[in-house]
Design a protein around this ligand. Sequence first.
Ligand code: CU
Ligand code: ZN
Length: 197
Amino acid sequence: MPAHRTFRRLLTVPTLASALVLAACSSAPAPKSLPPAAPAAVATPMAQEAQAIMRSASASLVSGKLTLTPVQGGVRIAGIVGGLPASGRFGFHVHETGDCSAVDASSAGGHFNPTHQPHGSAKIGAHHLGDMDNIVADAEGVARIDTLLGGVLLGGGGSTDLVGRALVVHANPDDYATQPAGNAGPRVACGVIKVIR
Ligand code: CU
Ligand code: ZN
């Protein structure tokens, strides 16, 4: 019995060593660590509520706060934007990039358009998924917004997910026709859509 054990050990040790040498000589670069385990079933979770704090852009006085909640068929966007010229109408869209850092909010990119459609009216015909109706300011320059944006999701990380996009208010009304953005003029407020819960 003891002799048999020694024999096995002698056999085992060189075998392991040659395996290591083989691995080291292999032409493919040796992985620095084990490959990550197969992604667990934790996709980006769906959100119950998100928020966009609308901050002034292009030296405007416009600001506000919008809350986004998932509803059947889309996402409800509701809240208040103030500091607008009284009784005006203003373009309002989801833009592609959640970056409002540029003074003119150009960093937010173009309209959110994962389905590659032309700009248009959210109500009729082809349009960007981020296209919405103009917002309307009252005599005090306050717009009370409560709109349903169809065909989009809140969370989940898919192409129609609004999280990490930006909401933008423009200086002029959207004509729902001019490409690529409805001729709505400068961006006067911008807010990144962030998950609250
Ligand atoms: Cu816009
Ligand atoms: Zn558009």
